[in-house]
Every structure is written in C-alpha cells, then in structure tokens.
Write a protein that binds this ligand. Structure first.
Ligand code: IPE
Ligand code: IPE
Ligand code: MG
Length: 250
C-alpha cells in the first residue's frame, strides 16, 4: 500500500491481534463540531477507513471488521440514510480497483436485501473481484446487527434439520457471517461511547475492548497503534487463571 503519511516508526509489538473489530462512531459529532452537516462527517469517516486499512497492513493486522451501518441505523432521518447509502456506493465505485490492487479482500456482513439493487450488485461485484486477495481481509458490517445474525444462524440450523442436542458453539459460529474467520481479539470503539450497540455479540465473547474519545474521522494510525499496544499488555484468561499459575501461590 502507498505510504503517503509522514512515516513515524512504530516499535514492533510482542503480539498482535489476528482480528480487530472497530465500531466507527462519532462522524456526526465530528461534522457538528465544525458547523457542517452530518453527511460531511460520514464522508470523512469513509475516507478515514482507507487510512486505517493501510495502517492495518503496516502493523501486520490481517483481519479488520468495521461497523459501518447497523440494523438500527434505519431509524435515522431518511435523508441521512439515503446520504449514507450514496456515500457507500460512490466510495465503492471510486476505491474498489485501488483496494483490489493493494491486495484487500472485501467481505460483507449483514443483509443486502433492503439495499437499493444497484448498490447490492456493486457490493456483490466488489466481493467477487477481491475474493482471492490475502493482504488484508476487510470485513464491512453494513446493515448488520448481532442479534439478527444469530437469528439467521439459528433459522438456518433448524432448516437443515439438526436435532437440538447436536447444536454446538462451532455450528453456530459456522453459520455466522464470520464463518471461517477467527473471533475478534480486540474491539475498538471511537467517540467515547461505552457500549456494544449490537456489534459482534457472539464473536466478541472474549474480545478485549478498547475505547477512545477520539471521533472516528480523527482516528489515525497513531491512535490505532495505541490500541494495539494496550492490547499487547492485556492478560487474557478466558475464564481460567493467569498463565503459569501455580497452587503454591494460594
Ligand atoms: C457513526 O457515526 C456512523 C454511523 C453510525 C453510520 P454517527 O453517525 O453515529 O456519529 P455520532 O455518534 O452521531 O457522532
Ligand atoms: C453504532 O453506532 C453503529 C455504527 C458505528 C455503525 P451508533 O451511533 O448507531 O450507536 P448508538 O446509537 O450510539 O448506540
Ligand atoms: Mg453514533
């Protein structure tokens, strides 16, 4: 990927997450702070995504899942929803070739059904074009909701005629949009909010959470590194005890 930012050197980290989820929040406030319409913030937010894709490649994070539009975001005023859909369409048309050239594999999480036909087709084409790329998996959650995703998985398992006692965690995972991908190790939320807002409810069971007051359009490489650095210091126990625990400690 191109290196337009003035390159600061970031010390390598002892371990990196294999999969990072980002709740890209605060576009509206970013615009309002500047006396601009909310849609200007959404445009700045989409532009920022490319910066973060580049940073992920530079840092060596192989999978990013970004929350761009939730199943609940349809509640917003029609003009904002329409604007968001058209920003996505424009950006897809403008950027897909560049993303493809840079080895990004685009994926989509959520339902394409309620989207305008040309946008849904544009997304399908982009997924098809980039499906064999492996430099970065960029999973875009658009019209995504964690609860809707679990319902979809359960319905599918029932339709397959699986007896209830044979339903396993692995089976549910395999019926989610993230099938085949590892669970996120780290979930970042920008804009100071401290909630999950229906993002990766199942997959995030043991994710490390990290929040920053920085608004999404301002969330740059340096802030991303801060999150990765803190992640590297976290101790993950998955309900067990710390690594190397010995009973003599009691
Ligand atoms: C995040 O920014 C993008 C979407 C949810 C589509 P917001 O639009 O939620 O921005 P704030 O939270 O109102 O500042
Ligand atoms: C979460 O942000 C959804 C996305 C970032 C796409 P929201 O702004 O919609 O979340 P709430 O309403 O503050 O929980
Ligand atoms: Mg918000």
């Amino acid at each position: 990927m191109s290196h337009q930012e003035t390159e600061k050197v970031y010390p390598p980290l002892p371990h990196l997450p294999s999969h990072v989820g980002i709740i890209m929040d605060g576009n509206g406030r970013w615009a309002r702070k500047r006396g601009l319409p909310r849609l200007v913030g959404h445009r700045a937010g989409v532009d920022n995504l490319h910066r973060i894709f580049r940073a992920a490649v530079d840092f060596g994070v192989p999978i990013l899942t970004v929350y761009a539009f939730s199943t609940e975001n349809w509640k917003r005023p029609e003009a904002e929803v329409r604007g968001l859909l058209s920003i996505l369409k424009e950006s897809l048309e403008k950027e897909v070739d560049e993303l493809h050239k840079n080895g990004v594999q685009l994926r989509h999480m959520g339902s394409l059904d309620p989207l305008p036909v040309d946008l849904a087709q544009g997304i399908r084409d982009a997924l098809e074009l980039t499906k064999n790329n492996n430099r970065l998996i960029a999973n875009i959650a658009f019209n995504y909701g964690g609860r809707a995703e679990v319902i979809k998985a359960v319905r599918c398992i029932m339709e397959e005629g699986t007896p209830p006692e044979e339903v396993t965690e692995e089976m549910i995972s395999a019926h989610l949009y993230t099938a085949g991908l590892p669970d996120p190790d780290l979930i970042i939320r920008t804009s100071g909010e401290m909630r999950v807002s229906n993002f990766l409810l199942w997959q995030g069971a043991y994710a490390e959470y990290w929040a920053t007051p920085v608004l999404w359009p301002d969330f740059g490489k340096e802030e991303f590194y801060k999150a990765l650095n803190e992640f590297a210091l976290r101790e993950r126990r998955y309900g067990g005890l710390h690594e190397g625990y010995s009973e003599t400690e009691d």
